[in-house]
Design a binder for this molecule. Structure first.
Ligand SMILES: [Zn+2]
Length: 709
């Protein structure tokens, strides 16, 4: 987890509906986050100075404690609702209690990866970087001792419920939510080896209510320390009081492995939430020794440790998440790793929880696992290998699947020794590829260094970059490769047009009108005058502008709240005119195609009262009103559009204040004749010719608009 991921999480909370009406708590969260790297020096006085700058004399540390408590509760309820699927948990440690290591807790705020890979402290950024260099692939770290793993889970409030775990020598130590030890299990054969728990270890430990009776069970994948002979791991389930309820052993004797000593190690444990009268089910991913190379088993267990069903995969699946990818209310299982056969490519498998059976179909007969059923993967993907990877390693590897903002993300490692050169992939809820980016310039520099000299000398080319878009689909797609889609986001595009004073700005234009269906006049002037914060940037029309209304507006900085406006970080706003004007955002389709339009309007001002609407192909396709601060008016529309036709997003005057935020993503799957490419920041585009058309059409629209006015 890096600071960007934590920043993203803070933004997600600040933008959430739960926090929409909590200006003070949002400010406090921002203050804490701003100080996250120096928080041990943070004092109540400093917080008072920032939180109540004009009440420094009257506010006391007790007031800070009260606010901290309110924020703690607000975060809890956020994570129990809206934030359920967030990848990172933000917690406020109890500063009255000692920290896990016994010293007084000094942290005000901590971030924990949702899969529990560790409590983040300021120094963890460095740790994270080291972690990347250390694969959990082989027992290279066997000599590392005293592994410490913390896992935190939000569940029950009872102080004696197990919530955290720590490995201490040969003991598994279980702690309550305050970090106090409630019981421990000592393993005479030791716990380890270190590599097994060192990396992503938290996915080998899970806490939660398995029986629906309000008690936390503990799931722990145990592996003895002794590496002199191979051991299978064992999944152990403990009651909240530490009573061993059951043990489960991964894998089984496959006829394909005849003559080979088969031990299996579990690499990931997740629990599917209870749904449709189905109790929670445990998902366990395990691999055959000696490495993570496979075959691997995904087993579905009930809460008493009975195997309900199992899926076998010839390759090595290691990381896993469960998430409701398609929004149908049921969680899918997403496992990633490396394929066997198929050119040893990084792979991702998505399974419906109700279809965990059969064996993956393999091209090479020696890898085929025989089962009485063929698997029915929802999706099975193979990720392209770079020339660098082919020249230096036997395979590339997919790791760290996460589910964020409705999109599925994962990394593919092109370098395996040392581990690195990650390429980030992002898919939307329709399993279209929407972004591919080398997470840093690491791949590029490793590649260019490797091919510096000799007859193959070259630098990473645009064609090579475009080749990363060729994600092969073995199951679940209509085409051989995963469809690529181009996305358009007015908040992300605003800055560029504002700076260059371009309206139209690519596919976007900003203007005003006298109604949803009426002619639009494009704004002609950019303003930045401190209204709605120092980072608020406006488009207005000179001759009708009254107090920067009507306007299109973007917050280029952190969230801003001045008790009048509530402006989230990187938010786009439409401000209806005090003179009765509607403020409009116009999207002009660059090419013919199917466009999906999804997002929401949001009340962004105290006492807001506006009408909101969307007009496409000459019809009002959505209309609603926004009458309270933080209220969302969500929409999801699919439109068949011709090049040059428009979608209009409009905010008109209503019974209250004018500032209404608009968050929207427009997506177009690339067509057969398109040539998908990547922008420098990693967004996918369908073709370069589309860009030319955007300019042309937008220009035509501007002319039309100015004729109308
Ligand atoms: Zn190359």
């Amino acid at each position: 987890m890096d600071s960007t991921a934590i920043r993203d999480q803070i933004d997600r909370i600040l933008r959430s509906q739960s926090f929409a009406s909590k200006g003070q708590l949002r400010r406090l969260l921002e203050i804490l986050f701003r100080n996250i790297d120096s928080q041990t020096n943070l004092t109540p006085d400093l917080v008072i100075k920032e939180l109540w700058p004009d009440q420094i004399r009257t506010k006391r540390s007790a007031d800070v404690a009260t606010e901290m408590n309110r924020l703690r509760h607000a975060l809890e309820s956020y994570y129990n609702g809206e934030g359920k699927a967030d990848p990172i948990t933000i917690v406020l440690p109890n500063r009255a209690a000692p920290a896990l290591d016994g010293t007084p807790e000094k942290r005000w705020i901590a971030a924990t990866a949702r899969d529990g890979t560790g409590v983040e402290t300021p120094s963890s950024h460095a740790r994270r970087r080291r972690k990347l260099k250390r694969p959990a692939l082989i027992g290279a770290l066997a000599g590392v001792l005293s592994v410490t793993v913390y896992v935190s889970v939000r569940t029950l409030a009872s102080p004696e419920q197990p919530k955290l775990g720590r490995l201490d020598g040969s003991a598994l130590v279980i702690l309550n939510g305050e970090g106090k030890e409630i019981w421990r299990k000592v393993f005479p054969d030791g716990i380890g080896p270190a590599w097994y728990y060192a990396n992503g270890a938290a996915s080998r430990l899970w806490f939660g209510d398995l029986d629906g009776k309000g008690h936390n069970s503990v799931l722990f994948s145990y592996l003895p320390a002794d590496e002199s002979k191979p051991h299978s791991s064992a999944l152990i389930c403990y009651s909240d009081r530490g009573r061993e309820k059951w043990r489960w052993t991964p894998g089984r004797d496959l006829p394909e492995l005849e003559g080979i000593l088969s031990t299996f190690k579990t690499s990931a444990i997740r629990v599917l939430k209870a749904a449709e009268r189905k109790p929670p089910r445990i998902v366990v991913v395990s691999n055959r020794d000696p490495s993570w190379g496979g075959p691997s088993q995904i087993a579905l267990l009930d809460s008493s440790g009975k195997t309900l069903s199992e899926y076998w995969h010839a390759g090595g699946l290691r990381d896993m998440v469960v998430a409701d990818l398609d929004g149908d209310g049921k969680e899918e299982i997403i496992a990633v790793g490396v394929a066997h056969g198929y050119d040893s490519q990084a792979t991702m498998v998505v399974l419906d929880a109700d279809r965990v059976f059969g064996a993956s179909k393999e091209v090479m007969p020696e890898f085929q696992i025989h089962s009485n059923a063929l698997a029915q993967e929802r999706l099975r993907l193979l990720f392209p290998r770079s020339d660098l990877n082919r020249a230096s390693f036997r395979s590339n590897h997919a790791i760290e699947p996460t589910f964020q903002d409705g999109n599925l993300k994962l990394k593919v490692l092109e370098c395996l020794a040392p581990i690195g050169c990650p390429v980030d992939y992002e898919f939307n809820r329709n399993f279209q590829l929407v972004a591919v980016s080398p997470a840093s310039d690491e791949l590029r520099s490793a590649h260019d260094q490797f091919y510096k000299k000799g007859k193959d000398a070259h630098t990473l080319s645009a064609e090579e970059e475009a080749a990363f878009l060729k994600v092969r689909c073995l199951a679940g797609c209509k085409t051989e490769f995963v469809p690529v889609a181009q996305t358009y986001d007015p908040a992300a595009s605003f800055e560029k047009g504002w700076t260059t004073q371009s309206n139209p700005n690519g596919v976007w234009s900003y203007g005003y009108s006298s109604g949803f269906m009426n002619a639009i006049t494009l704004y002609d002037k950019t303003v930045r005058n401190g209204i709605n914060g120092p980072n608020a940037k406006y488009w207005v029309f000179s001759s009708v502008n009254v107090g920067t209304s009507p306007a299109a507006e973007h917050n280029d900085g952190p969230a801003y709240n001045d008790a009048n406006i509530d402006f989230l970080a990187n938010e786009f706003l439409l401000v209806a005119g005090v003179g009765g004007q509607y403020s409009d955002l116009i999207f002009t389709a660059p090419v013919d195609g199917e466009y999906s339009v999804a997002g929401s309007f949001r009340g962004a001002q105290y006492g807001v009262g506006t009408v909101v609407g969307i007009v496409a192909n000459g019809k009002v396709v959505f209309s609603s009103s926004v009458t309270s601060m933080g209220q969302l008016a969500p929409f999801r529309i699919t439109l068949s559009m011709q090049a040059g036709s428009t979608v209009l997003f409009s905010v008109g005057p209503g019974p209250g204040a004018q500032n209404t935020a608009l968050s929207v993503t427009i997506t177009r799957p690339c067509g057969l004749t398109d040539r998908p490419a990547l922008t420098p920041t990693g967004e996918t585009t369908c073709s370069s010719s589309a860009a030319l058309q955007i300019g042309k059409n937008a220009h035509a629209l501007a002319q039309k608009a100015s004729r109308r006015s």
